[in-house]
Design a protein around this ligand. Structure first.
Ligand code: SF4
Ligand code: SF4
Length: 313
């Protein structure tokens, strides 16, 4: 397999408006992965370890030891809200992804309840030590700021910008913010691409139009997520660290409750076998691409049919 995503903490200091950590705060399980569990993860099976699930990874008090340990076997990176990047030696990482919600201080404060200026200053301090990527979530009220996000990246020494969608909609009120569910004005996106080229910033913009894909970007053929308590699952969309057994999900106007999906603990070979079975559905879907006589595309697993990632956004 290629990528292991490890949820080293489910805790977070922030309360971003679009985050399930905020919306389901009453039932959230706030917990760090313990070091003993982390130590047993077979990093030698992977090319890359991404140390983040739901929550802020730099809150795990042993994060530096975790980075060192994983780095003995593969490349290591993580996504952070940026608040602690000056307190942890992030220079050890192969990449550092920092989430920002807006290019405007007032909007950033509204959405993330924290100062954009403060995060930019911290990024500027570390960007000579590690490759920084800004992760910008495009929402109805913010996506036209993408060209400004590219400029900010250049200003503080970030090398890349990834513009993501609100691809997990945890509540009906937030659905209106999903860019891919409305008629999109492409001008800001096109302008951002031109600016990125001019400034030498690597820009990746997720599709803002839905269309079923053979394999979702989370790619369960090659990638796996290990949760804070050591369970294997394909992606964060099928796992939430809440007390409930189900996940609330809004999909195309429908409010749903889907089962969480786990394949047992990562230190049990049977879990890996079951996980590979799940991935094989996507493998069969993908094989259509090089089949001389394509037959019907195998359907998506039920748990994926109402996940926006299965529709390429
Ligand atoms: S920083 Fe990340 S984990 Fe924390 S509340 Fe915001 S979106 Fe959620
Ligand atoms: S389609 Fe969605 S739920 Fe299914 S594996 Fe991909 S990201 Fe996870």
């Amino acid at each position: 397999m290629r990528v292991v995503q490890v949820e080293v903490s489910t805790r977070c200091q922030l309360r971003c408006v679009m985050c399930p950590h905020t919306i389901f705060s009453g039932e959230w399980i706030n917990e760090d992965m313990d070091f003993e569990t982390f130590k047993r993860i077979p990093f030698d099976r992977f090319d890359l370890a991404h140390l983040q699930g739901w929550g802020e990874p730099l809150l795990n008090p042993r994060i530096e030891e975790m980075i060192d340990l994983a780095k003995r076997n593969c490349r290591v990176g993580l996504t952070t809200n940026g608040l602690l990047i000056d307190e942890v030696n992030v220079g050890k990482l192969d990449y550092l992804a920092v989430s920002i919600a807006s290019a405007r201080e007032d909007r950033h404060r509204e959405i993330r309840k924290t100062s954009l200026e403060e995060i930019l200053a911290k990024v500027e301090n570390v960007s000579s030590k590690v490759d920084v990527t800004f992760v910008f979530m495009m929402m109805k009220d913010t996506y036209e700021e993408l060209p400004n996000v590219v400029e900010l990246a250049k200003k503080v020494g970030a090398k890349s910008v990834i513009a993501n969608n609100l691809d997990y909609v945890p509540s009906k009120e937030l659905e209106d913010q999903a860019v891919f569910l409305r008629k999109v004005d492409y001008k800001p996106i096109e302008l951002a691409k031109v600016k990125a080229k001019e400034l030498g910033i690597n820009l990746i913009v997720k599709s803002v139009e839905m269309g079923e894909v053979l394999v979702c970007a989370e790619n369960p053929i090659d990638n796996v997520l290990i949760t804070h308590n050591g369970l294997m699952t394909p992606c964060v969309y099928l796992h939430l660290p809440t007390k409930s057994e189900k996940i609330k999900r809004v999909f195309m106007g429908r409010e749903l409750e889907v089962e969480k999906v786990y394949f047992g603990r990562f230190d049990d070979e049977e879990s890996w076998r079951m996980y590979r079975d799940f991935g094989s559905v996507f493998e069969r879907r993908r094989s259509i691409l090089w089949s001389l006589f394509p037959s019907n595309i195998p359907p998506l697993p039920d748990c994926c049919k109402t996940c926006y990632k299965a529709y390429g956004v």
